[in-house]
Ligand binder design. Structure first.
Ligand code: NAP
Length: 247
């Protein structure tokens, strides 16, 4: 029996990069998956990769910034699987813009997706975890939320907000058998990260003691650890697989 056998996991932004890798690592560990993404094609594509691994998978396209869409997604997931044990709040965007040129819309969209999405997905699925007194909330922050990054003031602020969310909710949920943790990745080779300026990419790689970027699987395995029974005593923590760029 694998570590996540019998577990049902929702991965938001699961159609690409870190979310896709997390879904596949979870499936190999025995979990069934709900794959959310804003792109229906990408969500379906990863759901079929999960099915190829012999696990059940349901693709639910939705914008996590939209509370109504997330509530509908949660309802569909619970109707199909009866429960959701693990939520990975992973959906994200990363648009570089100097702060003095940043519009209110850019600022608000960054918070709507990262902070709003994390709130919507967690809020929709937490009560049924509380009833069963078991759950895992794993939210993807960033080293930018720990260190700050040029051109990413909105992103850094939203990722830092996820850390406060994680620590406060971990305290509220501790007596319910629900752990709440964050992962703050360093530079990971995904379409989102490849969209940054080549100079910024090179700056990150040069500053990293390991001298190279990470792979989506490096984060997926950290998620699998936090989702496991073995991590029951780990809550309110920020795990930062980052090649040593932040210690
Ligand atoms: P990615 O490959 O672009 O995957 C993110 C997925 O989320 C994409 O399919 C994206 O669709 C989707 N998405 C965007 N907005 C959404 C929304 N509102 N609702 C549902 N899905 C949405 O990026 P990634 O690098 O794997 O990023 C995953 C998470 O890791 C993000 O939270 C990111 O901030 C975080 N992170 C990444 C790195 C890194 O170096 N890669 C480092 C630290 C933290 P679109 O492509 O259409 O937007």
């Amino acid at each position: 029996m694998s570590e996540l056998t019998g577990r049902i996991a929702l991965v938001t932004g699961g159609g690409s990069g870190i979310g896709r890798a997390t879904a596949l690592v979870f499936a190999r560990a025995g979990a069934d998956l709900i794959i959310n993404d804003i792109s229906p094609e990408r969500a379906e594509g990863v759901a079929s990769e999960v099915a190829d691994l012999g696990r059940k998978a349901l693709a639910i396209p939705a914008d996590v910034a939209d509370l109504g869409a997330v509530e509908a997604m949660a309802g569909q997931a619970l109707k199909s699987f009866g429960k959701v044990d693990i939520v990975v709040n992973n959906a994200g965007i990363g648009v570089e813009v100097p702060f003095h040129k940043m519009s209110k819309e850019e600022w608000e969209r960054m918070f709507a997706v990262h902070v709003g999405g994390t709130f919507h997905c967690t809020r929709s699925l937490l009560p049924q975890m509380m009833e069963r007194r078991w759950g895992r909330i794993i939210s993807i922050s960033s080293v930018a939320g720990l260190m700050g990054e040029v051109g990413l003031v909105h992103y850094s602020a939203a990722k830092a907000a996820i850390l406060g969310f994680t620590k406060a909710l971990a305290r509220e949920m501790a007596s319910y058998g629900i752990t709440v943790n964050a992962i703050a990745p360093g530079l990971i080779d995904t379409p989102l990260a490849r969209s940054i300026q080549p100079e910024l990419w090179q700056k990150f790689v040069s500053a990293s003691p390991v001298g190279h970027e990470g792979k989506p699987e490096d984060i997926a395995h950290a998620c699998a650890y936090l989702a496991s029974e073995g991590a029951s005593f780990v809550t309110g923590q920020v795990l930062s697989p980052n090649g040593g760029i932040w210690m």
